[in-house]
Design a protein around this ligand. Sequence first.
Ligand SMILES: Nc1ncnc2c1ncn2[C@@H]1O[C@H](COP(=O)(O)OP(=O)(O)O)[C@@H](O)[C@H]1O
Ligand SMILES: Nc1ccn([C@@H]2O[C@H](COP(=O)(O)O)[C@@H](O)[C@H]2O)c(=O)n1
Length: 257
Amino acid sequence: MTSLPEQTIFDFSNESFLTTKNDRTYLIGVCGGSGSGKTSVCKEIVRRMSNKQVSIISQDWFYRPLTKKDKENIEVYNFDDPKALDNKLLLQTLKNLKAGSSVFCPDYDFVTHSRTKKKQLISGDVILFEGIMAFHSKELRDLMDMKVFVDVDSDVRLARRIVRDTNERGRTIESVIEQYFKFVKPGYDDFVAPMRKFADVILLRGSKNKVGIDLLFQRIKSEIDNRSNIDLKFNTKPNRLNYPSFETFLENLNKKK
Ligand SMILES: Nc1ncnc2c1ncn2[C@@H]1O[C@H](COP(=O)(O)OP(=O)(O)O)[C@@H](O)[C@H]1O
Ligand SMILES: Nc1ccn([C@@H]2O[C@H](COP(=O)(O)O)[C@@H](O)[C@H]2O)c(=O)n1
């Protein structure tokens, strides 16, 4: 694991402390129902961030691998309950990314319901984390710099899910509809919809909402530009005449502790 160390630096011009690196990675949580377009919204933001290091991390990769018995009774397995996810691994992974470390994430195969090879994810300027339970844990929410809830009508979400799951996830139309009414819809009502209240931004119509995505993009861009300016500031030599006295330096150091 490559880690960028946290640096607390005394800024002589303002006589204050600034922390770099740990604050460099801007973590955006994207929550919403299955098929609302969370992944599509994240991809749209990445597309616009051409000269920045941006990664998408999906909560789906952290589904727990199923036992043989679970697989035999797959029609009664509830993937729309927070317990279906490896929340401990997910939290640690996001903490590491936020701290500037690169991580190894599991990958997930929706056809066999199992974990596949690990993949490396490099931390950078922006991490977009998307998932139906993205805001479920307070510890996760507290790591996020921005929280977006993608809000799309349930009939649109179901229609998209039927098309996607039959084309890409090895399902039949009947199994998608059965799973939807047994688990997906109740899970949405119990665990996903209540997360709206934690969002900073509600993005209606998902990736179709160009104005909403433009506004999001502008905000993210200005945040990371500000962060780069802090770095630039450290690279400029402080004016010796502005140095605080050694006493002021120590006083501030004690305040910081
Ligand atoms: N604005 C849109 N218009 C049409 N189809 C869309 C739109 N957004 C997403 N989709 C399609 O719907 C399906 C689910 O979208 P996705 O972004 O994977 O949703 P989520 O990550 O929320 O499950 C995908 O097949 C995607 O191509
Ligand atoms: N083996 C699995 C694992 C999860 N699901 C469903 O995926 C949905 C979440 O993924 P999105 O990309 O659609 O947000 C969730 O609603 C689970 O029902 C599955 O069907 N099979």
